[in-house]
Structure formats: structure tokens, C-alpha cells
Design a protein around this ligand. Structure first.
Ligand code: AKG
Length: 304
């Protein structure tokens, strides 16, 4: 068994129905799939790889050596307990790009390339969400309307750029601890050589296999609620690895903080399994409970 790989271009031809069914199955069974022939040019992906790698080398690599996690790991190894692991930290260097925050200035092509990439990924996310709506039997535009608080706000679109440097003691610390994602839809451009991302399915961890030019898709907690549990957000984690510096660029398509989230009326059989809450309240809960069991978060957000 492996994370499903979907050829997105087949939605345009005679294999449309079969491809729609494959996407539905991937959403229901895995909460994760990989898209190939997704319409984002390989040339753009190569340029993203280049500027992100250069930015890390120019602006961040030195700093990671003095980071809190590097220091804590050093202290742990110097200590007596040969078997203990670091809790509460990740072997990861990460920063975010939004429309309105400060972006790195090196290399020179970083801003132009990442602006182009964000615009392409936003369009791709909206296409994928419209496919999900169709598969769920929701009215066209339902997810976007929900995420934009009925059209009054803009959904949030963030880009997280991560590096997982080679770790001298990979069994002592996580690359990124297991969690589900808080928001809507996540599109990940991961390293095509250095692996480490894993998804939990039926109690077993599976590698999200490296695949050049692919975009990994996963659904977050808000799609789980809107779909009334048909598309469950999947637990995933990143392992620290001893060789290679793993890069990932994650695009998070999330509701506006003011958006009200609840199961869609047409989402599926049975009564609503999730309460109604405001996404901003969910994020207040999530910021404290990201690495804990997700189920209590929904009720906590509703009672906020
Ligand atoms: O870097 C990755 O592969 C996964 C990142 C992730 O899961 C996250 O940032 O929430």
C-alpha cells in the first residue's frame, strides 16, 4: 500500500469519472494523495527549489547551528540518559510567507519566484477544493464561500518554507511531531530525494514517497468538519534523518479567522457530528493543542 498518486490531467479526458472516484477514495481512505500533471510547470518548481535552497544557505543555515533545538540535543547527548528523547521541539527550520509580512531578500529572485508560485498554488488549491465539493455533493463554491465568511473576508493563504537539516541523532528528536493540520487544504512541494514525511493510516505509519515534480495534497481539520467526517484530516509527521537536508514548501489554504465552520447540510448521511464554531476560536485552541488528540479541539472551539 502506498499514498495514492493521481494524474490530474486525466480530469480533462475520458478517464474523468475514474479519476474523480480515485480522488474521492484517496480523501476518504488516506486524507493524503500526490498529484502529478497538476498544471504547475516543472520549470517553476525547479526555480522554487533553487531560490528556497539558496535562501536557506544564505540566511538561515548558520543560525540553525545555534538554535534552541540544536542546543537541547547537544545537552541531551552530553547527559547521562542514553535512551531519552527530546520532547516539545522539532528538528526543523521554518518561516512563513503571507501577502503582508516581510520576506527574505536573498537571493534576488526569491520574491518574484515565490510570488509566482503562490499565485499558481492558490489556483491549484481552488481547483482541488472544487473537485472535493463535487465528490461530496456540495453546491459549487461552498468551501470557498465558507472560508471567506460568506464573501465578507478573504480566505487565508500561507506558505511555510521548511528545512530539516541532517540530524546526528535522528532517534532522539522528531523532524516535526505528529499532528493534523488545522485548516482547509494543504499542498506540499516536498524534497524529491530526502524523505521523512509519514502519514498514519489504520494505526500504521506510511512513507509519503518522494516523487519528482509531484504536489502532495492533504485535508485539514476544517474540511473534516465541513464534510461531516467523510474526509478525516490525517495524522502525519516528519522523521529526522541523518543524511541530507530535506526541503518542503507547504501552502495552507485556510478559512478567514472570522469564518463560521460547521458540517454542510448536504455533506453526508447522518446527523451533524461536529459543532459549529468560529475558525479564529479553533486556532486559539489549536495553538495550544496542535500535537494532541484532535477530537476535543472541536468542542473546545465551540465553547470558546
Ligand atoms: O514538511 C513537511 O513535509 C510537512 C509539514 C507539515 O506537516 C506542517 O508544517 O504542518
Amino acid at each position: 500500500m502506498a499514498v495514492p498518486v493521481i494524474d490530474f490531467s486525466k480530469l480533462e479526458g475520458p478517464a474523468r469519472a475514474a479519476t474523480m472516484a480515485d480522488i474521492a477514495e484517496a480523501c476518504e481512505e488516506w486524507g493524503f494523495f500526490q498529484l502529478v500533471n497538476h498544471g504547475v510547470s516543472l520549470d517553476l518548481l525547479d526555480r522554487v527549489k533553487k531560490v528556497v535552497g539558496e535562501c536557506y544557505a544564505m540566511e538561515r543555515e548558520e543560525g540553525f547551528k545555534d538554535s534552541e533545538v540544536a542546543r537541547l540535543l547537544c545537552d541531551l547527548i552530553d547527559g547521562d540518559d542514553a535512551s531519552s528523547r527530546l520532547d516539545g521541539v522539532d528538528w526543523e527550520d521554518a518561516f512563513f510567507l503571507h501577502d503582508d509580512n516581510q520576506w527574505p531578500s536573498s537571493p534576488l529572485q526569491f520574491k518574484e519566484t515565490m510570488k509566482e508560485y503562490r499565485s499558481e498554488l492558490k489556483k491549484l488549491a481552488e481547483r482541488v477544493m472544487s473537485i472535493m465539493e463535487e465528490n461530496l455533493g456540495l453546491p459549487k463554491g461552498h468551501i470557498l464561500k465558507t472560508f471567506s465568511a460568506g464573501g465578507d473576508r478573504l480566505p487565508s493563504f500561507g506558505t511555510k518554507i521548511s528545512h530539516y537539516p541532517p540530524c546526528p541523532y535522528p532517534d532522539r528528536v522528531a523532524g516535526l511531531r505528529a499532528h493534523t493540520d488545522a485548516g482547509g487544504l494543504i499542498l506540499l512541494f516536498q524534497d524529491d530525494k530526502v524523505g521523512g514525511l509519514q502519514v498514519l493510516k489504520e494505526g500504521r505509519w506510511f512513507d509519503v514517497q518522494t516523487l519528482a515534480g509531484a504536489i502532495v495534497v492533504n485535508t485539514g481539520d476544517q474540511i473534516e468538519v465541513i464534510s461531516n467526517g467523510r474526509y478525516k484530516s490525517a495524522w502525519h509527521r516528519v522523521l529526522a534523518v541523518p543524511d541530507g537536508n530535506r526541503r518542503s514548501v507547504a501552502s495552507f489554504y485556510n478559512p478567514a479567522l472570522e469564518a463560521t465552520i460547521e458540517p454542510a447540510a448536504d455533506a453526508g448521511p447522518g446527523p451533524a457530528e461536529y459543532p459549529r464554531f468560529v475558525f479564529g476560536d479553533y486556532m486559539k485552541v489549536y495553538s495550544k493543542q496542535k500535537f494532541m488528540s484532535k477530537e476535543p479541539r472541536f468542542g473546545a472551539a465551540a465553547n470558546f
